[in-house]
Design a protein. Structure first.
Length: 546
């Protein structure tokens, strides 16, 4: 693959230039090809490549709308942006560039990880300790495993790439989905002893992150194999995290704004300064780091654009200033929630007391906020909201987990479109829900209900009985707890069968989706460009996309 070769060459040259502190890089060297052996000369260079893995995945996970769940039962682009929505299955096909973007990103991540892995094994590099080297190697192997595992969830069996290509290749072979999951499991198992239990450096990988994904990928493997031994291993690794003594659900008010009345602990979980384990948040396993100063001074990438993506366009209502902190920032409503997350999962006797649905967590009533108007402070009547929303779909509840009433950077050129707080990559409730699902798939609904109730009890939701547990309830509970946090497409597709398409047909934002999704699939298609370029070996297309 020519592009991969060029990216590798660019990466190696970049690492060399970034690490030079004098004019030594001007000296002519006769090497005919850049490789790990003749580019890397210090551990600092290798660690810089590992840092790029963190930043690359952060930027992708926080901004890629497809991986987050566009077009699922979570959200989609609204009526005002329907042309760009993931909605029309007459147009969504193997040549859709959105599939290629995701596929190519994860292979780029694999390539970068392989670069770091190669370099960490070089004899000419000096490390402060063998422990330091092994942790660098473990981080790189984690990212390589995670990328392969995500590809397997989305695309099925994919080529397993563990070596850097030193020439163009057109003969990559697909492993089976089971083989891909097993590779990931073997990689994550191998690095456990080299991962720290806890780190004082926020955002760095810890052992529990690997254990969490071992639980997820054993669960995915078991869903295919129907082998209870896979589910038992999924339960085992989840239990190592849940019951290991390091992590626990936060049940009392905590953190930077804990003294503010009228809120609850679930609201606290999403406030700036409360996201990391080092902040006292014992359910925070792995986080993505963002920062206003870094955004302004360096890469303009260390931010969350959640207000822009996920806040409503309340300025469409006359008399409402829709760009301030009281409405969660300058919402552009790039994505609109489906009826599932707005309403359906909150209805019924089980959910009446659920504090995740309290008005300070999901705000459904809006207020006139123009101080020059006589109606200042009054609630906006529903008919006024409906009129401003007609034909647009850009007014919907404010999910305060995705924004803040303490906007930053307004005096430094920011306009309320972005947040500058860290965000979760893994939070303990997701691990608990993995274990609940594994119990359910083994036929132990009672244990599954116990796990689900751990989460529900924290927010005063009515506990459930074993007979209430099924895949739909687990997916609903994930929606209540993990909206926008989880990679929804990965979750739905790893369920197998017709779970994904059934949920999409039921809850999709647009009728267009229901009308055009006339075929079944449980994997995304292999991008046609990838199939065409791999000319020496035929890559079979996934069922439903031929």
């Amino acid at each position: 693959m020519n592009s991969r070769y060029l990216k590798f060459l660019f990466l190696l040259i970049s690492v060399t230039l970034l690490s030079c502190s004098d004019d030594s890089f001007l000296e002519e060297k006769p090497e005919s090809f850049y490789t790990s052996n003749n580019v890397f000369s210090s551990s600092k260079q290798v660690k810089q490549v590992v840092l790029s893995l963190y930043s690359d995945l952060r930027n992708f996970r926080l901004t890629n709308l497809q991986i987050k769940g566009e077009g699922t039962d979570f959200f989609d682009q609204n009526e005002s942006r329907i042309a760009g929505a993931f909605a029309d299955y007459n147009q969504i096909n193997t040549q859709d560039g959105r599939f290629y973007t995701v596929y190519a990103f994860y292979y780029k991540l694999i390539s970068t990880a392989n670069t770091a892995i190669d370099a960490a094994g070089l004899d000419n590099i000096t490390w402060d300790s063998e422990q330091e080297r092994l942790y660098v190697l473990a981080q790189a192997r984690f990212f390589r495993a995670y990328a392969h595992g995500t590809l397997a969830e989305l695309f099925g069996g994919v080529p397993i790439v563990t070596k850097l290509a030193d020439e163009p290749r057109f003969d990559y072979k697909r492993a089976t989905q089971e083989e891909t999951y097993q590779f990931v499991i073997d990689e994550l198992t191998a690095i456990l002893d080299d991962m720290p239990e806890i780190t004082n450096q926020p955002g760095r990988l810890v052992k529990a992150a690997a254990q969490h994904y071992l639980s997820e990928f054993y669960l995915a493997l078991g869903t295919i194999s129907k082998d209870d031994s896979d589910f038992k291993k999924s339960i085992k690794y989840a239990s190592d995290v849940i019951d290991g003594g390091k992590y626990s659900l936060m049940t009392e008010r905590f953190g930077t704004r804990a003294d503010e009345p009228g809120k609850n602990v679930w609201w606290d979980l999403f406030r700036k300064g409360n996201i990391n384990y080092a902040d006292g948040n014992k359910e925070s396993i792995w986080t993505f780091q963002t920062d206003l100063d870094a955004y302004i001074k360096e890469d303009h990438e260390a931010y969350l654009n959640y207000p822009r993506y996920y806040m409503p366009v309340l300025r469409a209502i006359p008399g409402v200033n829709g760009i301030g902190a009281d409405v969660g920032g300058r919402g552009v409503a790039w994505e609109s929630p489906t009826t599932l997350v707005k309403d359906a999962i909150w209805k019924g006797n089980l959910e009446e007391s659920d504090e995740r649905n309290a008005s300070y967590n999901i705000q459904r009533t809006f207020y006139y906020n123009d101080p020059d108007k006589a109606n200042f402070g009054d609630p906006v009547p529903q008919e006024v909201v409906d009129k401003a929303n007609k034909g647009q779909g850009w007014i919907f509840p404010i999910f305060w987990k995705l924004s803040t009433d303490h906007l930053e950077g307004l005096d430094q050129g920011q306009n309320g479109s972005n947040l500058f707080r860290d965000d979760y990559a893994i939070r303990l409730p997701e691990t608990i829900l993995l274990r609940a699902e594994a119990y359910y798939r083994m036929g132990n609904s009672a244990k599954a209900a116990q796990d689900i109730n751990m989460i529900r009890n924290r927010v005063n939701a009515t506990p459930i009985n074993a007979d209430a547990v099924d895949i739909d309830f687990i997916l609903d509970e994930r929606a209540r707890e993990l909206y926008v946090e989880e990679n929804r497409w990965s979750t739905l597709l790893r369920m197998g069968g017709t779970v994904a398409v059934d949920r999409i047909r039921k809850y999709a934002l647009h009728d267009l989706t229901r009308k055009t999704l006339t075929f079944d699939f449980n994997l995304w298609p292999i991008p046609q460009d990838v199939i065409d370029r791999n000319k020496d070996v035929k890559l079979e297309q996934n069922p439903g996309w031929n």
